[in-house]
Write a protein that binds this ligand. Structure first.
Ligand SMILES: Cc1cc2nc3c(=O)[nH]c(=O)nc-3n(C[C@H](O)[C@H](O)[C@H](O)COP(=O)(O)O)c2cc1C
Length: 191
């Protein structure tokens, strides 16, 4: 089983990564973590190269991710809430998924294929999460573009007072979701 984790946090040992690391402890197979704050992934500049050509004109690490998104079995998105949204760096990565939309809907490429995957959303928030739905809606759009079915989400809130490492409920749920991804993959392999 292969899992791609996309982190939208600038804090490599922060709350979102605490939940990610809890999942990694239990996930079977190979795991690759992309830190959107450190990787060389530029935002889409709407150059429209992909309207007329296969692929994206920007030659950066996203080229490898396009391939990975056709290979992995699971995608996990982990992000802190910034102004009640996923972070800008994560949205910058997500803008490059426009290639998939254009291939399907504008260029209508009959050869275009994108592997079906399972997904999990991990959210950290310093305060309460009254506006949390907005980030979930955004994440759903991103998962849809990646042909990924969201199987569950975890949020850790009030991290200003209680960091994720002390949020037993969120840690438990992260572990459960890792085990669920393993199980779904095993079931698929048996059929
Ligand atoms: C620029 C900025 C904006 C933030 N906006 C929100 C917010 O709208 N709602 C909230 O609950 N927390 C907000 N926070 C707090 C973070 O979501 C919180 O500290 C989170 O646990 C950090 O996760 P990380 O350690 O994975 O980066 C904000 C923090 C920063 C730096």
């Amino acid at each position: 089983m292969k899992t791609l984790i996309i982190s939208g946090s600038p804090r490599k040992n922060g709350d979102s990564m605490t939940l990610v690391n809890e999942m990694i402890k239990y996930l079977d197979g190979q795991v690759r973590v992309i830190h959107t704050y450190n990787n060389n992934i530029s935002p889409c500049v709407d150059c429209r190269y992909c309207w007329h050509n296969k692929g994206c004109s920007i030659n950066d690490e996203m080229q490898e991710l396009y391939q990975l998104l056709n290979e992995v079995d699971n995608v996990i998105i982990a992000s802190p809430l910034y102004f009640s949204e996923l972070t800008g760096q994560l949205l910058s990565f997500a803008s490059r998924l426009q290639l998939f939309y254009v291939s399907r809907c504008i260029r209508k490429d009959s050869d275009f294929k994108l592997k079906k995957k399972n997904g999990v959303l991990l959210i950290s928030a310093g305060g309460d999460t009254r506006d949390y739905d907005r980030s979930k809606r955004t994440a759903n759009i991103i998962f849809h573009q990646m042909n990924t079915t969201l199987i569950g989400s975890v949020s850790t809130i009030h991290t200003n007072e209680t960091p994720a490492k002390n949020d037993i409920e969120a840690l438990d749920k992260s572990r459960e979701l890792a085990l669920k991804l393993n199980e779904l993959h095993n079931n698929l392999s048996m059929n």
